[in-house]
Ligand binder design. Sequence first.
Ligand SMILES: Cc1ncc(COP(=O)(O)O)c(C=O)c1O
Length: 464
Amino acid sequence: MIGRMRSGAIPVGIRIPSIRQLAKQEKVSISTVMAAYSILEEQGWVEVRPKSGYYVRRRAREPLAVPEASEVHSPPVIATTSQLVMAVQRDVLNPQTISFSRATPALDFPIVRHVQQTYTRLSRTRRHLGLGNSSAEGLYGLRQQIVRHAVYAGVSASPDNVVTTVGTMNAIGLCVRALTKPGDVVAVESPCYYGILQLIEANDLKAIEIPAHPETGMSLEALKLAMEQWPLKAVLTVSSFSNPLGCSIPEERKKGLVALLEQYQIPLIEDDVYGDLYFGKRRTCAVKAFDGQGLVFLCSSLSKTIDPQLRVGWIIAGRSYEEILHRKFVNMSSTPILPELVCADILGQGVYERHLRQAREAYWQRYLRLVDLVSEYFPHVTKISRPQGGIVAWLELPRGVDTTELYHYCRERDVLIAPGEMFSFNKQYRHCFRINYAPRWTPERENAIQRLGRWVTERVTGLV
Ligand SMILES: Cc1ncc(COP(=O)(O)O)c(C=O)c1O
């Protein structure tokens, strides 16, 4: 069947026989066909559409490989990539550019309009000005909705454990400041979301980079070694659908992670900002779900599921609730109430769940399209991650290709990527880069990927 799909005899988009039909036709057992179809699916030849069947997905090439797990076990380091990071942040302000560089969600879902209408309605009908100072904890109604929603991630908490924040980065920053002091050592996954690395740098901390497997996330074995060797003050991880790999720590390993935290009494700052954007059948539990001792600080926001402009986030805190609250108070006194009223209203309605279902399906399809485009236009040595959720993919090129140079070259031609250098203090990902696949594919975006593929090919060919 692969041969016929490759030659185009079975075209892309065609439904192939159901498991039952093929078993009957070929006179083999159902389980044999099921095993064969799951290989086809794994290799990217077919996709399953719920309640519909198996469809041909790609024909041109063998599937691209998945990036390698990093092997580096770093000593604690302080380093700086801040100029590059700030340049990448600023680039997207140029309306000429086609951006794949920042992890922004698609902003063309109906929920965005709903947010606008809710703002208008609530700013007219609810008092949010003239109330004097609000409490440092944040709006009670929002904290109620946050704990109600956290149940899907297996987390049971009370609104009294929650502090609202101005997005996830603010939440992580408050936890970092409550749990560490300058010079302390913390562990992060590698590759690591550059915002977290920048936060570590800005707080004068040292980071140990723990290799992350492209499918199962942070290595617990390496983390244990680091815990034995260094006086770690905290661990930071994007536990479900990491940025940039899109991998998720399986639930069994999340339990194992909590056991390690308990053994060494080290807190975990868990960034769960992508947790609701899963491609599987159900939401995976957060690490916080297995935390019996208050060691896990779950940080999240609506920045990836709705819009980063909302700037509404939260911490479901562990032990140091009062310390975090005090940090928030000295930083900003309290968070603005109107965005919190709007988010409480939206989380309290079915509209948010409906939106998530729509976003998850759209992001999955857009990722599949990215894989098709990369298969078609990039050299076949390119490796691409298989995210289990979220909105970003990680591409790995042969060592020797410099993606920081590639970034500058693309930028001059109005195409933006996030170079791998930003995702580590150890410069170990200079042959990798990250792509955001969330926005709808347009002819312009597809053409930009085609051009990017040409520039990558020129560099890969130049290596030999
Ligand atoms: C893993 C991760 N955490 C946090 C953030 C920032 O979230 P927020 O906009 O809510 O501060 C991002 C944005 O890219 C991210 O990828």
